[in-house]
Design a protein around this ligand. Sequence first.
Ligand SMILES: [Zn+2]
Length: 257
Amino acid sequence: MENIYLVSLGSVLGAIFGSFFNAIAIRTVENRPWWGRERSLCPICDHELSSLDLIPLVSWLALKGRCRHCKGQISLRYPLVELLFALWTGAALARWGATFGGLGAVLGGWLMMLNAMTDLDSGYVYDKLAATIGIVGIAIRFFGGLPAVLDGVYGALAGGGVIAVIIVISRGGMGWGDATLMAGAGVLLGWKTAFLASYLGFMIGGTVALAMIATKKAGRKDSVPLAPFLAAGVMIALIWGPYILDFWYYTPGWPWS
Ligand SMILES: [Zn+2]
């Protein structure tokens, strides 16, 4: 029963943080400061928005996706990101509850989605945003003692190493930002789950890329942003990793077991 409260509260919190991280992604790509006195403005008419216009999901629905002032159409991106963050946070907490695993999963998902957004917007993975996941991961792993910390270090080598090998072999196509991102995620995931997440990310990314080439939505030479697929792989691993690893008789280690 208390899980229902946790999941509901988490979903609301997720929507709020979705709105926040969406703004961070947009400001990072536009090279604007994250903090400071800058007010939120309507992206179309530049009218200053009140707090009533900024309630995640609710405002967009109440205003039917239009600005109160200029009636311009507000991008679907805002409610979609808020919804995705709400669903993710609820799912991660339903899976892990109020544990270190739950905290790590929630934060890891949020940060992977942040990096997916900047990659989609600019084709660029920002090292400082990617590395943040590693900082979160190591901070949480300290609570699990030395074996948990070491698993995080091996996780960074596993996650970053897989991408580094591919960069060297393929001579481009993938950026070092992707390696930083998976090294950071690897700290949080631990080495076994980091390999699983990379594998899932490549499978999903490869499938989508082949589908886009087959339907002529992309050419063979086009570069596809990889972070959204890596984010999907990491997030699947954060929820179902232990089940999947169990097929190979692996236990993923603290805090996932
Ligand atoms: Zn407006």
